[in-house]
Design a protein around this ligand. Sequence first.
Ligand SMILES: [Ca+2]
Ligand SMILES: [Ca+2]
Ligand SMILES: [Ca+2]
Ligand SMILES: [Ca+2]
Length: 330
Amino acid sequence: MRKRILVFSLFATLFFSCSDDDGPNLEAVPPRLLAEVAPENDEEIQEFLQTHFYNYEEFTSPPAGFDFKIVIDTIAGDNADKRPLSEFVDNVDITVSSFEHGLEVEENDIPHRLYYLSARPTNDEVASLKAAGTCPECFPTVADSVFVRWEGKLLDGSVFDGAANPVWFDLARLQDLTQGFRGFTEGMPFIQRGENIVENGDGTVTVENFGVGVIIFPSGLGSFNALSASIPQYSPLIFTVDLFTLNNTDHDGDGIPSIEEDLDGDGYLYNDNTDSDSEFPPLANFQDGDDDGDGISTREEITDEDGNIIRPFPDSDNDGVPDYLDPDTN
Ligand SMILES: [Ca+2]
Ligand SMILES: [Ca+2]
Ligand SMILES: [Ca+2]
Ligand SMILES: [Ca+2]
């Protein structure tokens, strides 16, 4: 019996083989390649987008008392004439490398397609608001913290987790794939925050016009091959989110907002580490209070005698590298 339980519990993830002499011999199945799983997952996602719809009619003409909750259903039967999700989503390619999942076989910058749908306001409205540049603070960056209600589902519709009451998420932390949900972070900048949020004093909040959206992404932007009771390996994930509000974040408190510590501007915070040679464990700049590792804190290198931050950041030797990133100057 013990052996049977062992076999059943490990069957999904381990290769089981019997050898004649010393009984069961368990061998780990090596993880699959990102480059192989990403296009497979994309096919599954595209199939999903073509065969499912959301309650777009309610979002276009909200009935009295509508709760602005996204409902996704199959295009079939009474709903055979609905317009598929594929007509409403936009997508963006995000590259993922093997080190992010701690994979042994090296793969670099493998494209992963993430799909997003803002239902309120619509993707088009979000795009024109962003293009107009009138309200950059209305949208989170990948470095911010967000206050959201959310639900996480698999493509078969089963819910693996969620929060019916809003909770805070640190998107920068979630971007670290050891957390398993980088896609959640990468999709959030396409969702608009709500307005006039008020704490009611009883633990609840009210908010107006909160952004409502869906983010769908392949497993390489999720938990990939990780073992979990609720998410099968290599599963694409769907998140529905209501974005109540957000906070800009300065994780290391050095006076530089974390998003400005994405020095190469690629939207990924963990590959910017000015003093990577000199520290262990490595700390990306947004986590590091002394970015150039010269022993003088970043804050000290960017402030005047009164502690006010000087902009642009001081560059005493005029070599184009500000002092806080230049170990030669302080
Ligand atoms: Ca900082
Ligand atoms: Ca970066
Ligand atoms: Ca820093
Ligand atoms: Ca320094």
